[in-house]
Design a protein around this ligand. Structure first.
Ligand SMILES: Cc1cc2nc3c(=O)[nH]c(=O)nc-3n(C[C@H](O)[C@H](O)[C@H](O)COP(=O)(O)OP(=O)(O)OC[C@H]3O[C@@H](n4cnc5c(N)ncnc54)[C@H](O)[C@@H]3O)c2cc1C
Length: 460
């Protein structure tokens, strides 16, 4: 029998519990307008408190959904009326930073920006980064295996995690707070939980890898004549920058125009009208060397006709101006009602895939307004389709047009945002029946009563 908040409050009198309007007023996931219908929000402060609560929920068949910063884009944390949200917001301490080991041990609810700041105090960096850095939590980022802006050099969240502590569905605490780079002692169980979107366990603590903070970042913004030139520039900068290439973000012409035309806050950094714009960062030891390298690479690329215009940010304010063009989410919302996609397509297929997708959209929804940008260094595209209608069937048709061709081009329906509830129907386009059957077996083994994030990733 599922529980009521009264049951929970009586069993755990010291547990912080939001109910009624305090619970309903909370946002549930980025961009979601669904009402918060959870029975309440439990906010444990320790692993032990959380484990006791989950054990109790399991015995009573009470479904729970774990909430971090609630910035996910796949409606993963939109609660059903019978669900309890278990939020990690009070588990928000950095427990230890070891400059010698170059590790940080954090509780799951610590926001990403807090980790960045704490590491920087020691001349170190935790190299996962994304636009929602002030709100997204380490637990949420581990559970989604978040990507972001520096994957081309440092990999996704999985590459930053050395150890984990996880509470399983029956309340068992698996503590595996490894802090060394190499540990091949048997199965490395943490990988089961990274990217499993809270369906296999709740992350409560983590040991993250720190690296020496690159003292200087050179930011380039380039206008580029063709897709072929974009691909050539990726190799040109990666091979010529001595391992310092840390960001390679691409904006298609229509995206750049939208983001630099009023009411957008940003003015164009380079003229509008070029086919592609690339934001490149080189992170290096000293400014003279990195900037010198950047200038050399720009010069040789221009001689080859790969660049038609460009600039190097002279200071942090100029760097921020360029990033603001890329990150102006309110301006993107001008396209509402819209569908936002986070897909991967190998670079060799990307141009033809986009041409076909756009042609199909134009044929079936002549009013669509589609803009594209992405972490191109990672083959990751964000496609935003302004639908011109909020008709459900039309929005679903857009999903079919975008996702349908992906298996044929070795693409995937989720590059970094996960599956949540929104992409469940399309999981089968990116994973084989055998893979999905194994996912279900794993879920059945670790959470036989299906209380953790029920109906997310896999159908209930
Ligand atoms: C402006 C903006 C920019 C973004 N840019 C990027 C980007 O570049 N790259 C990228 O990958 N994502 C990006 N995102 C999406 C989002 O920030 C990431 O998915 C992030 O990892 C979510 O973290 P969160 O703490 O908000 O998790 P939530 O949204 O709270 O939860 C995400 C999922 O993880 C589960 N979960 C949360 N905490 C835990 C835990 N402790 N244990 C187990 N499961 C848990 C939830 O149940 C849910 O399934 C962006 C979002 C916004 C709003």
């Amino acid at each position: 029998m599922p529980l009521t908040v009264q049951d929970i409050a009586e069993t755990f009198p010291s547990l912080s519990l939001l109910t009624g309007e305090d619970s309903r007023a909370r946002a549930l996931s980025f961009g979601s307008q669904a009402p918060n219908e959870a029975i309440g929000i439990a906010r444990p402060k320790t692993t032990e408190e959380l484990a006791a609560l989950i054990k109790h929920c399991n015995v009573h068949d009470q479904p729970i959904v774990t909430g971090g910063g609630m910035t996910n884009m796949v409606a993963a944390t939109v609660a059903q009326p019978n669900e309890l949200i278990v939020s990690t917001e009070l588990m928000n301490q950095i427990e230890e930073i070891s400059p010698e080991d170059r590790t940080v041990t954090v509780q799951a609810g610590v926001p990403l920006q807090t980790v960045h700041d704490a590491a920087a105090d020691h001349g170190l960096a935790m190299e996962a980064d994304l636009g929602a850095r002030g709100t997204a939590t380490i637990g949420g980022m581990i559970s989604t295996n978040a990507g972001g802006n520096r994957v081309v050099r440092y990999g996704m969240m999985r590459e930053q995690v050395l150890g984990l502590e996880v509470v399983l569905a029956d309340g068992t605490v698996m503590t595996s707070l490894n802090r060394v780079l190499k540990n091949n002692a048997g199965y490395d169980l943490k990988h089961m939980f990274i990217g499993s979107e809270g369906t296999l366990g709740i992350v409560t603590r983590a040991v993250l890898r720190l690296r020496e903070e690159p003292p200087h970042i050179t930011t380039l913004f380039l206008a580029v004549p063709s897709y072929d030139a974009v691909c050539k520039l990726l190799r040109h900068f990666d091979s010529g920058s001595g391992g310092t290439l840390s960001t390679f973000e691409v904006m298609w012409e229509d995206f750049y125009k939208l983001m630099t035309t009023p009411p957008a806050e940003s003015a164009p950094a380079l003229d509008q009208g070029y086919p592609f714009y690339i934001l490149i960062e080189l992170s290096g030891k000293d400014s003279e060397r990195t900037e010198g390298l950047a200038l050399e690479l720009i010069e040789t690329a221009t001689e080859q006709g790969l660049i038609v215009d460009g600039l190097i940010a002279k200071n942090e304010a100029e760097r921020q101006k360029i990033w603001n063009i890329r990150d102006d989410i309110p301006q993107l919302l001008q396209l509402w009602p819209m569908k936002a996609f986070d897909i991967s397509v190998p670079l060799s297929h990307m141009e033809r895939y986009i041409e076909k997708m756009q042609a199909d959209l134009d044929k079936e929804l002549p009013d669509n307004r589609t803009v594209i940008f992405g972490h191109l260094g990672d083959s990751n595209l964000h496609v935003i389709v302004g639908a011109g209608t909020d008709d459900k069937a039309a929005l679903h048709r857009i999903e079919e047009i975008v996702y349908g061709p992906l298996p044929g081009v070795h693409g995937t329906v989720s590059a970094e945002h996960g599956i949540g509830t929104e992409k469940k129907e399309f999981l089968k386009l990116s994973r084989t029946p055998t893979e999905i059957a194994m996912m279900k077996q794993l879920k059945g083994m670790l959470d036989p009563n299906n209380i953790l994030n029920r109906g997310r990733v896999l159908s209930a």
